[in-house]
Design a protein around this ligand. Structure first.
Ligand code: THU
Length: 160
Protein backbone atom coordinates (compact mmCIF):
# COMPACT_ATOMS: atom_id res chain seq x y z
CA UNK A 1 0.00 0.00 0.00
CA UNK A 2 1.03 3.59 -0.61
CA UNK A 3 -0.29 6.71 1.07
CA UNK A 4 -0.64 10.00 -0.80
CA UNK A 5 -0.86 13.02 1.49
CA UNK A 6 -2.49 16.05 -0.08
CA UNK A 7 -1.82 19.52 1.28
CA UNK A 8 -3.78 22.76 0.93
CA UNK A 9 -1.97 26.09 1.05
CA UNK A 10 -4.10 28.74 2.75
CA UNK A 11 -2.81 32.30 3.07
CA UNK A 12 -4.23 33.91 6.21
CA UNK A 13 -4.58 37.67 6.00
CA UNK A 14 -5.90 40.58 8.04
CA UNK A 15 -7.74 43.26 6.08
CA UNK A 16 -4.95 45.86 6.51
CA UNK A 17 -2.56 43.67 4.56
CA UNK A 18 -4.60 43.89 1.37
CA UNK A 19 -4.30 46.38 -1.50
CA UNK A 20 -7.03 48.96 -2.04
CA UNK A 21 -8.41 46.92 -4.96
CA UNK A 22 -8.87 43.79 -2.86
CA UNK A 23 -10.23 45.75 0.11
CA UNK A 24 -12.84 47.15 -2.27
CA UNK A 25 -13.65 43.66 -3.61
CA UNK A 26 -14.17 42.38 -0.05
CA UNK A 27 -16.35 45.38 0.75
CA UNK A 28 -18.42 44.66 -2.37
CA UNK A 29 -18.92 41.04 -1.22
CA UNK A 30 -19.95 42.25 2.25
CA UNK A 31 -22.49 44.68 0.80
CA UNK A 32 -23.83 42.00 -1.55
CA UNK A 33 -24.39 39.71 1.47
CA UNK A 34 -26.77 42.26 2.95
CA UNK A 35 -28.86 42.19 -0.25
CA UNK A 36 -29.23 38.36 -0.17
CA UNK A 37 -32.64 36.72 -0.28
CA UNK A 38 -32.30 34.20 2.55
CA UNK A 39 -35.65 34.09 4.41
CA UNK A 40 -35.32 30.37 5.22
CA UNK A 41 -31.78 30.06 6.55
CA UNK A 42 -31.14 33.65 7.62
CA UNK A 43 -27.58 33.02 6.42
CA UNK A 44 -26.74 35.71 3.92
CA UNK A 45 -23.77 35.27 1.63
CA UNK A 46 -22.27 37.75 -0.80
CA UNK A 47 -19.71 37.22 -3.53
CA UNK A 48 -17.81 39.73 -5.65
CA UNK A 49 -15.99 38.66 -8.81
CA UNK A 50 -13.14 40.76 -10.16
CA UNK A 51 -12.61 40.32 -13.90
CA UNK A 52 -9.38 41.02 -15.72
CA UNK A 53 -11.02 43.98 -17.51
CA UNK A 54 -11.43 45.64 -14.09
CA UNK A 55 -15.19 45.03 -13.84
CA UNK A 56 -16.67 43.70 -10.60
CA UNK A 57 -19.82 41.58 -10.66
CA UNK A 58 -21.58 40.78 -7.39
CA UNK A 59 -24.15 38.18 -6.36
CA UNK A 60 -25.76 36.74 -3.27
CA UNK A 61 -27.68 33.65 -2.24
CA UNK A 62 -31.22 33.42 -3.58
CA UNK A 63 -33.31 30.95 -1.62
CA UNK A 64 -36.56 29.26 -2.57
CA UNK A 65 -39.44 27.67 -0.62
CA UNK A 66 -38.55 24.52 -2.56
CA UNK A 67 -35.08 24.51 -0.98
CA UNK A 68 -32.98 22.86 -3.74
CA UNK A 69 -34.17 25.48 -6.21
CA UNK A 70 -32.18 28.15 -4.38
CA UNK A 71 -28.68 29.12 -5.45
CA UNK A 72 -25.51 30.09 -3.57
CA UNK A 73 -23.91 33.52 -3.80
CA UNK A 74 -20.77 32.26 -5.52
CA UNK A 75 -22.68 30.71 -8.41
CA UNK A 76 -25.04 33.68 -8.78
CA UNK A 77 -22.03 36.03 -9.06
CA UNK A 78 -19.76 33.83 -11.17
CA UNK A 79 -22.39 32.70 -13.64
CA UNK A 80 -23.61 36.27 -14.06
CA UNK A 81 -20.01 37.38 -14.71
CA UNK A 82 -19.55 34.64 -17.31
CA UNK A 83 -22.85 35.40 -19.00
CA UNK A 84 -22.10 39.12 -19.22
CA UNK A 85 -18.43 38.72 -20.18
CA UNK A 86 -17.97 35.28 -21.77
CA UNK A 87 -14.42 36.04 -22.95
CA UNK A 88 -13.02 37.80 -19.88
CA UNK A 89 -11.12 35.69 -17.33
CA UNK A 90 -11.58 36.00 -13.59
CA UNK A 91 -8.85 37.49 -11.36
CA UNK A 92 -10.43 36.91 -7.97
CA UNK A 93 -13.62 36.16 -6.07
CA UNK A 94 -14.30 37.45 -2.56
CA UNK A 95 -16.92 35.77 -0.35
CA UNK A 96 -18.48 37.10 2.87
CA UNK A 97 -21.35 35.89 5.05
CA UNK A 98 -23.73 37.77 7.37
CA UNK A 99 -25.60 35.83 10.04
CA UNK A 100 -27.68 37.09 12.96
CA UNK A 101 -26.69 40.72 13.15
CA UNK A 102 -23.10 40.66 11.96
CA UNK A 103 -20.58 39.23 9.53
CA UNK A 104 -19.21 35.85 10.53
CA UNK A 105 -16.00 35.82 12.56
CA UNK A 106 -14.55 32.97 10.56
CA UNK A 107 -14.42 32.82 6.76
CA UNK A 108 -17.27 31.32 4.76
CA UNK A 109 -16.05 28.56 2.45
CA UNK A 110 -17.74 27.70 -0.84
CA UNK A 111 -19.92 24.57 -0.79
CA UNK A 112 -19.09 21.51 -2.90
CA UNK A 113 -21.31 22.48 -5.84
CA UNK A 114 -19.81 25.97 -5.93
CA UNK A 115 -16.29 24.50 -5.86
CA UNK A 116 -17.16 22.42 -8.90
CA UNK A 117 -18.52 25.52 -10.68
CA UNK A 118 -15.38 27.51 -9.82
CA UNK A 119 -13.26 24.67 -11.19
CA UNK A 120 -15.13 24.77 -14.49
CA UNK A 121 -14.45 28.51 -14.78
CA UNK A 122 -10.77 28.12 -13.96
CA UNK A 123 -10.53 25.43 -16.65
CA UNK A 124 -12.64 27.41 -19.11
CA UNK A 125 -10.19 30.30 -19.12
CA UNK A 126 -7.16 28.14 -18.34
CA UNK A 127 -6.23 30.62 -15.65
CA UNK A 128 -6.25 30.22 -11.86
CA UNK A 129 -7.94 32.93 -9.80
CA UNK A 130 -7.75 33.86 -6.13
CA UNK A 131 -10.52 32.84 -3.77
CA UNK A 132 -10.72 35.24 -0.84
CA UNK A 133 -12.90 34.08 2.05
CA UNK A 134 -13.72 36.88 4.46
CA UNK A 135 -14.22 36.55 8.21
CA UNK A 136 -14.08 39.38 10.76
CA UNK A 137 -11.20 37.69 12.61
CA UNK A 138 -9.31 36.15 9.70
CA UNK A 139 -9.37 36.17 5.93
CA UNK A 140 -8.36 33.03 4.09
CA UNK A 141 -7.06 33.10 0.56
CA UNK A 142 -6.17 30.32 -1.87
CA UNK A 143 -4.45 30.86 -5.20
CA UNK A 144 -6.61 28.40 -7.13
CA UNK A 145 -9.72 26.28 -6.73
CA UNK A 146 -7.35 23.31 -7.00
CA UNK A 147 -6.47 23.98 -3.35
CA UNK A 148 -10.08 23.49 -2.26
CA UNK A 149 -10.99 20.70 -4.67
CA UNK A 150 -8.19 18.17 -5.02
CA UNK A 151 -8.76 15.05 -7.11
CA UNK A 152 -11.42 16.92 -9.01
CA UNK A 153 -13.46 15.77 -11.96
CA UNK A 154 -12.88 18.21 -14.81
CA UNK A 155 -12.89 18.45 -18.56
CA UNK A 156 -9.69 16.40 -18.93
CA UNK A 157 -11.71 13.25 -18.27
CA UNK A 158 -13.97 14.04 -21.21
CA UNK A 159 -11.28 15.00 -23.73
CA UNK A 160 -11.29 12.51 -26.55
N1 THU B 1 -24.59 29.51 0.89
C1 THU B 1 -23.96 30.29 -0.03
O1 THU B 1 -24.59 31.13 -0.69
N2 THU B 1 -22.64 30.13 -0.20
C2 THU B 1 -21.85 29.32 0.55
O2 THU B 1 -20.65 29.29 0.36
C3 THU B 1 -22.44 28.47 1.59
C4 THU B 1 -23.92 28.48 1.65
C5 THU B 1 -26.01 29.72 1.10
C6 THU B 1 -26.93 28.63 0.61
C7 THU B 1 -28.14 28.85 1.49
O3 THU B 1 -28.95 29.86 0.92
C8 THU B 1 -27.57 29.37 2.79
O4 THU B 1 -26.27 29.83 2.50
C9 THU B 1 -27.51 28.36 3.90
O5 THU B 1 -26.91 27.18 3.46
Amino acid sequence: MEIYNLTTKILVYSIDEYSQDIKKLIEDAKLAAKRAYAPYSGFRVGAAVLLSNGETITGNNQENAAYPSGLCAERVAMLAANSLYPDIPVEAIAIAAYSGDDYTSMPCYPCGSCRQTLLEIENRFDKPFKIIMYGKDKIYEVASIQELLPLSFGKDFLDK
